[in-house]
Design a protein around this ligand. Structure first.
Ligand SMILES: Nc1ncnc2c1ncn2[C@@H]1O[C@H](COP(=O)(O)OP(=O)(O)OP(=O)(O)O)[C@@H](O)[C@H]1O
Ligand code: SF4
Ligand SMILES: [Mg+2]
Length: 348
């Protein structure tokens, strides 16, 4: 990828948040309240309390127009949940959410609907998200027709254009998903998302299931589309090498919380948060070619019973009494950078 692909307009990314979230909480109840609970209580019998997984715990995130933000963290830390909340697939339990500066709650239904369509999600397994009984023409053309983005007589040309933009031969538009390879299926999934003219793509491990050479092609496609359609990305990935390569900025999550964010170069050069330092220290470089992070000492705590204070304290070599008692909040650590750790001094 060229520098121009990574940082358009001579590296100047305009400071307009497309997505702005504050205090986002997402709790999944593992045990729903039972219908007999009130009766059990009335007769003094034991009642199991509803148990919740706090998948997102007070997440603040801004994504500026034109940015590619990499979202990284160990399995189960809440990356997909955050992606789904941002894409409007899940309603958060609490928190405020703005699209281009407008709060969703305050939008009239039609505007809210348009805002939801403007954010599209690309999943890891395109096969699972493509209807096996529909032909590619219908898969790509259905939504823009329903949303009134294109008239029926222009649909054929429109689908051809989307397919060409995504590197699929329009001659294949009457085929079914199973007649394509994994990489081509992912291109169909991208063309389907692109067809509703989104402004923001949430890519959730979108290249993880592909061979390395195909991964590079799909990543290049994402970056070309970014330039051609003025797109903004949240790119969720286990692969730090991919994130380092394509992201302008990286957000690190741990057990439902954002613990650090910084421009990519700064984060990889001088990670500030002990968790980020551990992730990067475990990132095998050139020797193995494998770029995913390795195991950090200590187990990931259960999200059903997260540690008190700083969630990372049981695994952190620098933990103090304060860390065990008090949650560290995100504070500025440099230009466009923040970290949540009691040991890190705030940079004005
Ligand atoms: N629909 C759901 N119902 C109940 N719990 C859920 C649901 N979706 C996610 N969770 C829980 O929320 C937490 C965060 O899950 P999430 O899938 O967002 O993590 P992730 O960071 O994307 O992990 P991975 O890297 O494995 O994809 C996990 O503990 C998970 O078990
Ligand atoms: S707040 Fe304390 S436990 Fe948490 S990362 Fe910082 S030093 Fe470690
Ligand atoms: Mg996930």
């Amino acid at each position: 990828m060229t520098a121009a692909q990574k940082t358009p307009a001579a590296g100047l990314v305009p400071k307009v948040p497309v997505i702005s979230a504050r205090g986002i909480d997402m709790v999944f109840l593992k045990k729903q309240p039972g219908r007999l609970d009130p009766w059990l209580r009335k007769f003094g019998l034991p009642v199991a309390e509803p148990l919740g997984v706090h998948a997102l715990d007070g997440v603040d995130i801004d994504v500026m127009k034109g940015e590619v933000v990499g979202l990284v963290g160990e399995s189960g830390c809440g990356k997909s949940t955050l992606g789904r909340v941002i894409a409007g697939i899940l309603d958060p339990t609490a928190g405020t959410f703005r699209f281009q500066g407008r709060a969703y709650d305050e939008m009239p239904p039609q505007e809210r609907y348009r805002a939801r369509v403007a954010v599209q999600m690309i999943f890891q397994d395109p096969f699972a998200s493509l209807n096996p009984r529909k032909r590619v023409f219908e898969i790509i053309g259905e939504a823009p027709l329903v949303h009134g983005l294109v008239s029926k007589d222009k649909l054929e040309d429109y689908v051809d254009e989307m397919m060409l933009k995504c590197g699929i031969d329009p001659a294949y538009k009457q085929r079914f998903p199973h007649q394509f390879s994994g990489g081509q299926r992912q291109r169909i999934g991208i063309a389907r998302a692109l067809a509703v003219k989104p402004q923001f793509l949430v890519c959730d491990e979108s290249v993880a299931a592909l061979d390395v050479s195909i991964q590079a092609q799909i990543i290049n496609l994402f970056m070309d589309l970014r330039r051609d359609f003025d797109l903004t990305y949240l790119f969720i990935s286990h692969d730090l090498g991919v994130v380092e390569h394509i992201a302008d900025r990286v957000v690190i999550m741990y057990l439902g919380r954002v613990v650090e964010t910084a421009p990519t170069e700064a984060l990889f050069d001088t990670p500030r948060h002990p968790y980020t330092q551990a992730l990067l220290a475990n990132m095998p470089r050139i020797s193995t070619g494998k770029q995913a992070f390795g195991q950090i000492i200590g187990e990931i705590p259960s999200p059903l019973h997260p540690p008190t204070g700083c969630h990372f304290h049981p695994r952190c070599p620098f933990a103090t009494e304060r860390c065990r008692a008090e949650r560290p909040m995100l504070r500025p650590t440099g230009p466009n950078s923040q970290a949540a750790c009691h040991l890190i001094e705030e940079t004005p």
